[in-house]
Design a protein around this ligand. Structure first.
Ligand SMILES: [Cu+2]
Length: 591
């Protein structure tokens, strides 16, 4: 169905903002960031919005640190309520014209939820991608109230990468991040400098992409009021306006040069598939991806033919070549991913027609690049990038503990669906309860559920220094970006499955299903691993009808950490679980 909404805001009129940089070495590694309420203008023609921000800005300052130079950061909570976001569940999924309510501004008949409004400003900060001791990792229940001290020590003993810091409060991360509590964090190292990659503006710029929605006044004019709106069919908020570094659909004047863009999807739920589009056709060949979540790939890769897919929290380090373009040339970054995202393909050639109301994608544009008259500076792209990691060998994985986790959506009548991660354990032969069976060729493994909710007892105790293999089994209809705190991992395989969930097979705790390796006849996905996923990742997409296997080795810090879906509405309800990393010498003392 081709229905197009008129654009309530003029695109490409605000210059792409560059968040202020906070260079840790210039401050002797000691930084203070105030977390406070503030005001922010998301678009030239919008009134100011109330926000919560690090240093009171959206996004927060970009913190830059050097590898192996620790950073001590005082997160000074100066927040006060009310939460600057109106939260609502619209009574219907579509409006009187049949337009999905999530594709339009305003509350769509929903009543403001009083509980989020009453949030007074407890927070806890997580540095996503950081190899951080557990005490400073931002455990979702270890909150600090306004005025309470939080001084976190970040060792920075890790390779150069784009990280990000954001609020991680149990149950309300989706509101706090949406209110503005997110910022970028870049670690630099010698290897990157040897490669002479651009560092800092104008040729290295971060692109933090987030979707946002706003309220309407009595005359149907946009106010700046942030709105987090869901509906009875879709429990995730997919907002119609895409912001980059805090502006809706900005424009960047570029020199005829090679730029380095550090891209992060910081949206609550939306997955982007980014296509760089010229006058008539995609120009993806201008983009070379050199890094992913945890920094440089071994060699540069092209982005996939359909475009660069980034789910919530995924990052990409891109070199984009504008050097052959005439002044006045324009390129538009478009998003072709419908929401909720399920991995479905969309040809890049059609990206300018990607608007899809039913796919909650009313406005595909993300931002525009406009070439200006200037000196031409093209950069050579190095052939070899990272040299400090390899894929784990089969020998290294032979004896590795294997962990299986089923991603499950439980439908509820009178409340939004519950999403959980069911931790599985091989069932004893005499087990009589509900089972999940996984059949691969001749072999069937019988699993029972041992944990379903965040507060269930911990079952994962990885030993420091040892490889583990984690299997993520998606039994839902959507793609889930699964994020592990602490060390990065590498993807081993992505395989198609077909499955059957027994009648009433999903209850509050147990799970009864049978899974078979192999493609479902109705399954359109190719279940391929993209080249850009063969690096060090901390967030991996698990598509419907798919098992993803990854190898992870926790190396340095013992303690209690979390892994979770990075769709914030899922993480908050209840797609998050703890794990406890243990030093080998303490293992014998585990009861
Ligand atoms: Cu999820």
């Amino acid at each position: 169905m081709t229905r197009v909404l008129t654009q309530p805001l003029v695109p490409f009129v605000d210059t792409l903002p560059v968040p202020p940089r906070l260079l840790a070495p210039q401050h002797g590694g000691r930084l203070t960031v105030a977390i406070r309420a503030g005001a922010h203008r998301f678009h030239r023609d919008l009134p100011e919005s109330r926000i919560w921000g690090f240093d009171g800005t959206v996004p927060g300052p970009t913190i830059e640190a050097e590898r192996a130079q620790p950073v001590t950061l005082e997160w000074r909570n100066e927040l006060h309520g009310p939460l600057p976001v109106v939260v609502t569940i619209a009574p219907e999924a579509t409006d009187a014209d049949g337009v999905p309510v999530q594709a339009v501004p305003g509350l769509s008949g929903g009543a403001p939820d009083e509980h989020p409004t009453a949030l007074a400003g407890h927070t806890v900060v997580h540095l996503h991608g950081g190899l951080t001791p557990a005490s400073y990792d931002g455990w979702a229940e270890n909150l600090f109230a306004p005025g309470q001290p939080a001084v976190f020590h970040y060792p920075m003993d890790q390779r150069a990468a784009l990280l990000w810091y954001h609020d991680h409060v149990m149950g309300v991360t989706k509101y706090d991040v949406y209110a503005g509590l997110a910022g970028l964090w870049i670690i630099r190292d010698e290897r990157e400098r040897e490669l002479e990659l651009p560092e800092g503006p104008p040729f290295e710029l971060p692109l933090l992409i987030q979707d946002r929605n706003f309220d309407l006044d009595d005359q149907e004019r946009l106010t700046g009021q942030l709105v987090h709106k869901t509906d009875p069919d879709v429990m995730e908020a997919f907002a119609p306006f895409t912001t980059v570094n805090g502006k809706v659909w900005p424009v960047l004047d570029v020199q005829p040069a090679t730029y380095r863009f550090r891209v992060l999807n910081g949206s609550n739920a939306r997955t982007y598939r980014l296509v760089l589009f010229g006058d008539e056709a995609p120009e993806l060949e201008r983009i070379t991806q050199i890094g992913t979540d945890h920094g440089l790939l071994r060699a540069p890769v092209s982005v996939p033919p359909d475009g660069l897919v980034l789910a919530s929290a995924e990052r990409a380090d891109l070199l984009v070549d504008f050097s052959d373009l005439e002044p006045g040339s324009e390129l538009t970054l478009l998003n072709t991913a419908a929401a909720p995202f399920d991995g479905s393909a969309f040809p890049a050639a059609d990206a300018s027609d990607a608007a899809d109301l039913d796919g909650l994608l009313p406005y595909p544009q993300v931002m525009r690049f406009r070439v200006i008259q200037d000196q031409v500076t093209r950069r050579k792209i190095p052939h070899q990038l990272a040299t400090d990691y390899r894929s784990p060998t089969p020998e290294a994985l032979a004896g590795a503990p294997r962990r299986a986790i089923a991603l499950v959506e439980r439908e509820l009548d009178d409340a939004p669906n519950m999403l959980t991660m069911r931790e599985l354990e091989i069932a004893p032969d005499d087990h009589t309860g509900p089972l999940l069976t996984l059949t691969e060729g001749e072999q069937t493994t019988r699993y029972r559920t041992v944990a379903s909710h965040f507060e269930d007892a911990t079952t994962f105790f990885p030993m420091l220094g040892e490889y583990e293999v984690w299997q993520l089994i998606n039994l839902t209809g959507d793609t889930h970006p699964i994020h592990l705190h602490l060390d990065p991992f590498q993807i081993l395989s992505r395989r198609a499955i077909r499955y059957e969930i027994r009648q009433d097979g999903i209850d509050d705790f147990d799970l009864a299903a049978s899974i078979t390796l192999g493609r479902d006849p109705d399954d359109q996905l190719d279940h391929a691993i993209d080249d850009n996923e063969r690096g060090l990742k901390d967030t991996i997409r698990v598509n419907p009808h798919e098992i993803v296997e990854l190898a992870v080795r926790f190396t340095t810090y013992a303690g209690r950490y979390m892994y979770h879906c990075h769709i914030l509405e899922h993480e908050d309800r209840d797609m998050m679980r703890p794990f406890v990393t243990m030093p080998a010498d303490l293992m014998p003392f585990m009861a």
